[in-house]
Design a protein around this ligand. Structure first.
Ligand SMILES: [Zn+2]
Ligand SMILES: [Zn+2]
Length: 197
């Protein structure tokens, strides 16, 4: 149940949406660069502590795998794909299968500890206290690959009105907006146009 009202960008890994020049995915497998650009997500430790507390309250098991996957996602300022996560969790002699990561991600997404960014097919952690059905806006920076999560009540009510007018019932209302974050614009970094590896 993941309908997405998307803005600007198609879905999947689309390299072929005919958008021309500025079509780059700035995040690489090499981790992120320098100070975060898009505002705080809360420390990784807080995210995990909160998840642990909520799992306990909900009578759910916060297994080692689920914790490790959440920790990997929370440690990044950028959306991470399941294979990236599996790679980070793997060590010599300890191979973590992407399918296990996907299963853990399903759980974490369902519980609201991570969100799936459909335009990237990747995941970010969430330490916010918004409700399960909240409308969310993700600001995805093409220059640094950073991502910021916001709630926008004005957008949400306008969207609700539009959808109601169309007789459409959303299962989720998640907007993904690509562009350049304030910090990158100040630095004057050109957007990274390198294609995704
Ligand atoms: Zn959230
Ligand atoms: Zn940026």
């Amino acid at each position: 149940m993941r309908g997405h009202a998307q803005q600007e960008h198609g879905q999947g890994d689309g390299q072929s949406d005919g958008q021309g020049d500025r079509h780059g995915h700035a995040h690489g497998p090499q981790g992120h660069d320098g100070p975060g650009c898009c505002g705080g997500h809360g420390a990784a430790g807080d995210v995990i502590e909160r998840a642990e507390r909520l799992c306990q309250a909900r009578g759910l098991q916060f297994t080692r795998l689920r914790r490790d996957v959440l920790a990997a996602v929370a440690a990044e300022h950028k959306p991470l794909g399941a294979y990236d996560i599996a790679e980070r969790m793997s060590a010599p002699g300890r191979r973590v299968a992407a399918v296990s990561v996907y299963r853990a991600l399903d759980f974490l997404t369902e519980q609201g500890f991570v969100h799936r960014i459909s335009s990237r097919n990747a995941f970010v952690s969430c330490g916010h206290e918004h409700g399960a059905g909240a409308g969310l806006v993700f600001l995805i920076c093409r220059t640094c690959g950073g991502i910021d999560e916001m709630t926008a009540p004005a957008v949400e009510s306008a969207l609700d009105q539009t959808l109601a007018g169309a007789g459409f019932t959303p299962t989720s209302r998640i907007l993904e907006v690509e562009g350049e974050c304030g910090a990158c614009r100040e630095r004057g970094d050109p957007p990274d146009t390198a294609p995704r590896a």
